[in-house]
Design a protein around this ligand. Structure first.
Ligand code: MGD
Ligand code: MGD
Ligand code: SF4
Ligand code: MO
Length: 736
């Protein structure tokens, strides 16, 4: 059975030609480069290998890096055009100080003077209102060395508990679910396990636009005869080529997972040996899903019973499989429950920890994986350690040379940090690699909060929209201006190599942070001369933790084409596939493959709850938000790259013809979308590829085109991820 869309031409017209394959494209500038540097793309979590061509300290183009095993030279449009951002006239070349009399609201200021001002303002705020009155927002596009430094800077130099990062908007539901079920938070398998899977299940991931190179792996599986199942409210490009498309109503995935498990139990499509010997908690979950009959599942999810049964049969009877999910199931006030539901389905099948039997969340930002492991999360210390655990604290305090009692405890999530600013509890903020005014939900609230800050300093290479609220802006470094490691989608640690020096007064982010520490008289522990020195300290700090990087060096990465963590010693090669018998595991110590003392995985009862803001008579349409292939996140970088702008110049609101007809709206017409928090006006894009009860808006634009004026600040109670994927709106023709 196939529920493929009929009007392929229409979908093609909407999405354009398939984005994934630009292999072999070369920029022929006609200029002979001074050097070619092997490094990685600065954008998404796949971290494709790329060679940058450099002439006169400028990146002038690229060549495919065909030997890098993950992408073998393939790139998506963003990777192809990324080199164009460095020479953009908006690039920050000096420090800036807010100056209401200057055009644009800022004047250049001497770098050293700017650092002095930042140091003295932090000290003023902390001595007047306490250390806790200063907060930090950091980012997962930073290298691991920088992410590590940010966590240390907050706890050691500023002595504040209040640091969190933009992965809070991205990876945390998956992280929390993985830790609950497996005791470790990393893709369980390398992507080389995808092509050998008999079934590939993709829930809430727009693979072809957001993880384009993964498309190639899924298609290889298809070539080998795999069945591809896609669950999404929209027929995304990957769904065009799937075998079974399940058009789920947003916010209902847990019901589907429970319904599938119900059928697996009913038909005994279970791996009893795995369930009995390698897991705990199955009986409670089996009891819970007893009520999730196909009929009830269909009613809640909006998917037909027949399609649910077909999906269960394919999943239940496969010998090998790979389940992938992304933000579509994670950006919910029950995002962790959705993830647990997906994992229950995997555990019941027993298909994990073996070749061609895999499970993973698709990571988001460039260092979405590594950026969530080494201490820039509010409750975490390096090595994925817990800031509330006395042993973990003692280990890290020892590495940092401080008294454990001096180390602050857990802070709060990024959105709560904004609420603390609004309540006047936090009066000063440093943000780096984060554009919260565009990326946080209900951003009219965020703007009001930012305006209350006594002092705000931003480190970025462009003046992003949030930075317009800053008092001081410090010119940081682009990806190609620094070196360091990141961990990509598979758990493979790779090395970013420096291609050019930062221009003007701009400098590497870690130098800026250390300059601030020095100006505050707190330079002890912040005198690293190179990223390599930071990595050396991180290796010791992470040793013995679950995210153990102690055996990872730049040389080993180069020699092996990357190192999969955990890698607990110099002579350890790294751990490509997790949960294999006999693999290194400091928690289970031989008891079993999972990261709990008994070595067993956990089933978790995952109850269904509707979205926080469901539709009603007043706001009758579901709004879901996400991405398009040519733009990246809040768009600071990709909105400055001409060819990418041309590909999708402005946000459109996707709606089904039935909804458009009911509202009297035609394609291209301006429509106003209104939620309880705000309203925006955008052109309608009428497509048959979306559920009639749902509209979709990409969120990459600021100001009056920002989808986050509409979204709700509801959060998952465990992970604190915002519910970007569901809120209630009403729509009318603009001017009506
Ligand atoms: N081009 C591009 N690529 C990117 C990025 C980018 O900005 N642009 N960002 C990177 C980052 S940080 C991230 S996090 C990833 C995100 O990658 P994805 O998670 O794949 O992207 P999204 O567009 O956020 O959402 C994915 C899909 O979820 C669907 N969806 C919405 N609601 C639901 C629901 O309730 N259930 C289900 N099953 N599906 C739902 C949407 O229709 C959408 O197709 O992409 C990374 N790659
Ligand atoms: N409505 C809606 N909102 C969403 C989402 C959604 O699906 N829907 N997705 C959410 C997700 S998954 C994510 S990840 C967030 C992302 O949201 P943000 O993290 O706020 O978005 P970015 O565009 O990555 O902002 C990063 C800023 O860091 C800068 N930057 C990048 N690299 C570096 C660096 O190496 N050094 C320095 N100093 N600066 C750097 C960029 O110039 C940019 O200004 O958005 C979230 N917001
Ligand atoms: S954006 Fe992602 S898929 Fe595209 S080239 Fe960069 S790393 Fe690869
Ligand atoms: Mo993300």
């Amino acid at each position: 059975m196939s529920t493929l869309p009929k009007q392929l031409s229409e979908i093609n017209e909407h999405y354009g030609p398939h984005p994934a394959f630009s292999a072999g494209m070369r920029l022929e500038t006609g200029i002979e480069p001074d050097k070619v540097v092997e490094t990685h793309c600065c954008f998404c979590g796949q971290q494709c290998g790329i060679k940058l061509k450099v002439k006169d300290n400028t990146v002038i183009g690229f060549e495919p890096w065909e030997e890098f095993p993950f992408n073998r030279g393939m790139l998506c449009p963003k990777g192809v055009k990324r080199y164009l951002q460095g020479a953009h006239p908006d690039r920050l070349l000096t420090a800036l100080q807010r100056d209401t009399s200057a055009p644009g609201g800022f004047s250049p200021i001497d770098y050293d003077r700017a650092i002095e001002l930042v140091a003295s303002e932090i000290q003023r705020i902390q001595s007047t209102h306490g250390n806790d009155a200063f907060g930090i927002l950091s980012g997962a596009s930073l290298t691991i060395e920088k992410a590590y430094l940010m966590g240390k800077f907050a706890r050691v130099a500023l002595k504040t508990p209040y640091i969190d990062y933009n992965g809070r908007l991205c990876m945390v539901s998956a992280a929390a679910g993985n830790k609950k079920a497996f005791g470790i938070d990393r893709a369980a398998n390398p992507w080389s396990d995808i092509p050998g899977a008999e079934v590939v299940w993709i829930s809430g991931a727009n693979v072809a636009e957001c993880a384009p190179i993964t498309t190639n792996y899924v298609w290889q599986a298809r070539e080998n005869g795999a069945k591809i199942i896609v669950v999404d409210p929209r027929i995304t490009p990957i769904a065009r080529t799937c075998d079974l498309f399940l058009p789920i109503k947003p916010g209902r995935d847990i019901a589907l997972f429970n319904g599938i498990l119900h059928l697996m139990i009913e038909h005994d499509w279970l791996d009893h040996e795995f369930i009995n010997q390698r897991s705990v908690g199955f009986d409670a979950v089996a009891e819970h899903v007893r009520d999730w009959t196909p009929k009830r599942t269909a009613e809640v999810t909006g998917i037909t019973e027949r399609a649910i049964e077909q999906a269960a049969e394919w999943w239940g009877t496969a010998k090998t499989s790979f389940l992938l999910h992304a933000r579509g199931i994670e950006h919910h006030s029950h995002g962790v429950q959705n993830v647990l539901g997906a994992i229950n389905m995997v555990l019941a099948s027993g298909r994990i920890g073996r070749p061609n039997c895999g499970y993973a969340t698709i990571t988001g930002q460039g260092n979405g994986q590594g950026g969530r492991e080494h201490g820039q999360k509010c409750d975490q210390l390096p090595g994925a350690r817990d800031i509330s655990n006395p042993e973990h604290r003692a280990h890290i305090a020892g590495v940092w040379g401080i008294d454990e009692k001096e180390m602050p405890g857990a802070g709060v999530d990024a959105y709560e940090l904004i609420r603390k600013i609004d309540r006047g509890e936090i009066k000063g903020l440093l943000s780096i690699c984060f554009n919260p005014l565009v990326s946080l939900p209900d951003n009219n609230f965020v703007r009001r909060a930012l305006e209350k800050l006594e002092f705000y300093v931003v480190i970025d290479f462009f003046l992003n929209e949030t930075a317009h609220h800053a008092d001081i802006v410090l010119p940081g470094s682009l990806h190609e201006e620094d070196e360091g490691i990141v961990t990509q989608i598979e758990g493979r640690v790779i090395k970013i190599n420096q291609a050019v020096d930062p221009p003007g007064d701009a400098r590497q982010d870690w130098r800026i942070i250390q300059d601030i520490a020095k100006a505050m008289g707190r330079e002890r522990g912040f005198t690293f001369a190179t990223p390599r020195e930071m990595l050396d300290e991180l290796r010791i700090a992470s040793k013995g933790g679950i995210a153990d990087y102690s055996g990872i060096t730049y040389e080993k990465i180069e020699r092996q084409g990357g190192v999969f963590w955990p890698c607990p010693s110099d002579d350890h090669k790294g751990t490509e596939r997790l949960f294999e018998a006999g693999s290194w595991n400091p928690v289970a110590k031989g008891a079993g493959p999972f990261y709990f003392p008994d070595g067993r995985a956990r089933f978790n009862v995952a109850p269904y709850t509707p979205p926080t803001e469901d539709v009603d008579d007043e706001y009758p349409v579901i709004l879901t938000t996400g991405r398009v292939v040519s733009q990246f996140l809040s768009g600071t970088q990709t909105r400055r790259i001409g060819p990418l702008v041309n590909q999708y110049p402005e946000p459109l609101v996707e709606m089904h013809p039935q909804l458009a007809e009911r509202l009297g709206i035609s394609d291209g017409e301006q429509v106003t979308i209104e939620s309880r928090r705000g309203a925006i006006t955008l052109p309608a894009h009428v497509v048959t590829t979306i559920r009639p009860d749902t509209v979709f808006i990409p969120y990459h634009w600021p100001g009056n085109r920002s989808a986050n004026q509409l979204t709700v600040s509801a959060q998952d109670p465990i992970s604190k991820i915002p519910e970007y994927k569901v809120c209630a709106v009403r729509i009318r023709k603009s001017g009506d």
